[in-house]
Design a protein around this ligand. Sequence first.
Ligand SMILES: *Cc1c(COP(=O)(O)O)cnc(C)c1O
Length: 527
Amino acid sequence: VQNLLEIFALGDEFTLPTPPSPHLPLPRTSPYLTHPIFNRYHSETELLRYLHKLETKDLSLTTSMIPLGSCTMKLNATSEMLPVTWAEFGKIHPFAPKSQTQGYQILFQQLEEWLAEITGFAGISLQPNAGSQGEYAGLLVIRKYHESRGETHRNVCLIPTSAHGTNPASAVMCGMKVVAVACDLQGNIDLDDLKAKAEKHSNELAALMVTYPSTHGVFEEAIQEICAVVHSHGGQVYMDGANMNAQVGLCRPGDIGADVCHLNLHKTFCIPHGGGGPGMGPIGVAAHLVEFLPGHAVMAMSDYNPKSKIQNPKSIGAVSAAPWGSASILVISWMYIAMMGATGLTDATKVAILNANYIAKRLEAHYPILYQGKNGYVAHECILDLRSLKKSANIEIDDIAKRLMDYGFHAPTVSWPVAGTIMVEPTESESKEELDRFCDAMISIRQEVAEIEAGKADVQDNVLKNAPHTAESLIIGEWNHPYSREQAAYPAPWTREHKFWPAVGRIDAAFGDRNFVCSCLPMEAYS
Ligand SMILES: *Cc1c(COP(=O)(O)O)cnc(C)c1O
């Protein structure tokens, strides 16, 4: 309180009594942090053990690859993460005067330059805090652009049916009308349908949102033509950059024909994002859109013109509370790019694509690969089609995802973008040994399914339906299953050397989604 008084030059007029009077600072009358967990741990050792106990319940990158398609769960290197802990980055207020944040300013400028080079765009805004917020900001920029040309009526956003759910959500939030574009059997945008829809809505066409390589994990060959069709009808192309891990150093959204693109720095550029954040979703825009990039009421952004001290009158305004979003984690991406260099980044992309194709080739005899380009290759991820197993063995996608836990693996992305399939993205961070271990697990699971198909294993009571197997379920009480405990818990050789024990068995996901459970103390605790 004394510090605050001094800041406002009132330090002389009010002096706090020492020791402070019981009335200053104002005593809190309501209880706070009442849950027992906040008062249980009083030594560092105990707190450490508590945190580690929580940590071991998580099947993280410390145990296995996390092959989540579209999520790009790559290494978050220690050297990239270290600067986040430095007070010079972590303890600066977002509105600190620029004279006190010169290092940050250099970092912003360099990162913007690098990202502009990587994407082929004229301007970058570091303000959006997530890919989805980048979509929102980018579509606002597109709307503002149309407005500036007296075309406020342009409000139709074309989105292929394969798109991530955030695409239509962002379009609706920007006041646009979503029109779906069909995909063909190979997973590509149906060009005829796109042309028809663009033609039909030619007058009102605001934008197309397109993901490249597509969410089906394939480089869409018609991508340049797709952009040209949209432009010929006066629309703008928003490229969803979540799959930039397959582009960096090889091709650039700006060259392909996109007008705006977001980058998920927490995917392609190494910011850790297990458990939901924090992320960063900067957008890049072509030259004609730079003047509309986000600004800020408190800080002059000087986004597009370092000499400008005034707010650009045409800016869409702020999309985040802080002018450069979650600025402190930008150092992670800065470190990644600085250490990799142009050659390293390009190599990473090539290895990411190579790894995905290696998995696709090793697994294709066991699981159909849903989408491939015309030469039989995928991009940086692949979709394994498990739908036929429902009919042949009553095996659902969840059964395989949960069984992977018994093998010590985090499941890939399940039922997205196609229900009943899994999408695998190994990233460049995984070694051939780890890719082989994952493939071995998937092949072994396919053999377990084959036992059910052949009638050798029970259709209901089998290693897949009961997965994951907790230690408790194996040890306590009678063992009444037709398979052995060993088959349940040690299905692969590496599990003997290091076994990840799932903390809970199978839960009823649909029931859980529909029945929220409050983890607060029961009402009696308050009486
Ligand atoms: C992850 C993702 C998004 C959303 O990005 P967030 O940073 O999670 O908001 C959008 N589109 C695709 C294809 C994605 O994979």
